[in-house]
Design a protein around this ligand. Structure first.
Ligand code: 9D3
Length: 249
């Protein structure tokens, strides 16, 4: 996967690219990342990348010329990449979006700043507009990192351990069960006995029920928006019967 990033703050990405799975993915040749400073394409003494909005109002708009020049240059090097504008108006990014993007050969991210990008650049140069959620950032750079992070861990070879990307939350529509490691007692709290029992079937059952309970309490939307498996239905019905008995007493 070849990533291109267009930004007026290229330095933001230095530490992101220098750590963990992303750094290893670069070192192993699983991804390439090219960061381009939009300001390098700005003309004039002040090399401005923004200007005042037509029609008035607060804030500035990204000027079309430097941005278009920067996009054309990066696209020339990555002709089959998909060009994505990070913006609050975009399609909400989800795990499914990460799955889709992981099938591309290249992704070019335009990190917006100021109030937004001149609409004529969006129309002519952008394949898709993506948001990472309903909250306000100061620019698209953190969003580019979020998406690159989520997509890269899906690429073959990037996690080392292939099945860890499949077993995690969201892929099966539940949150994860609680995790424990040594010591067996920490600040007076013991690890649940079943996890020390060596009974793998009992451990699997415990994990499944804990995951389902957590999802029900913390993220009921995840259960409401999909079909329940037979196993989930059985556990939920058993809990219902249990609760009804408690209420009746
Ligand atoms: C007060 C200004 N805004 C009205 C809601 C407009 C605005 C423009 C640009 C707000 C934020 C930004 C900068 N944000 C992004 O570039 C951005 C973003 C975001 O803010 N939230 C979620 N996903 C994304 S992706 C890019």
């Amino acid at each position: 996967m070849d990533y291109g990033i267009l930004t007026i703050f290229p330095g933001i990405f230095d530490s992101f690219l220098a750590h963990g799975i992303i750094r290893r993915a670069v070192a192993d040749g699983i991804i390439t990342v090219s960061v381009t400073d939009i300001r390098d394409f700005a003309k004039g003494r002040h090399r401005e990348t923004d200007d005042r909005p037509y029609g008035g109002g607060a804030g500035m708009v990204m000027k079309p010329e430097p941005l278009a020049e920067a996009i054309k240059t990066v696209r020339n090097k990555q002709p089959d990449a998909k060009t994505i504008l990070l913006s609050p108006q975009g399609r909400p990014f989800q795990q499914q979006t990460a799955d889709e993007l992981a099938r591309e050969n290249g992704l070019i991210f335009i990190c917006g700043r100021y109030e937004g990008v001149d609409e004529r650049v969006c129309r002519a140069y952008i394949d898709e507009e993506v948001s990472i959620g309903d909250y306000i950032l100061t620019g698209g750079e953190p969003a580019a990192m979020v998406i690159i992070d989520a997509v890269t861990r899906l690429l073959p070879g990037s996690l080392g351990c292939e099945d860890s990307a499949e077993k995690d939350s969201f892929s099966d529509g539940r949150l994860e069960h609680p995790h424990y490691t040594r010591p067996p007692v920490f600040e007076g709290e013991a690890v649940p006995e079943v996890l020390l029992s060596g009974n793998h079937a009992a451990i699997e059952t415990w994990r499944f029920e804990e995951a389902l309970l957590r999802t029900l309490v913390r993220r009921p939307d995840l259960l409401a928006n999909r079909a329940l498996s037979k196993a989930e239905e059985e556990v939920l019905k058993r809990w219902c019967r249990h609760i009804e008995k408690l209420v009746a007493e």
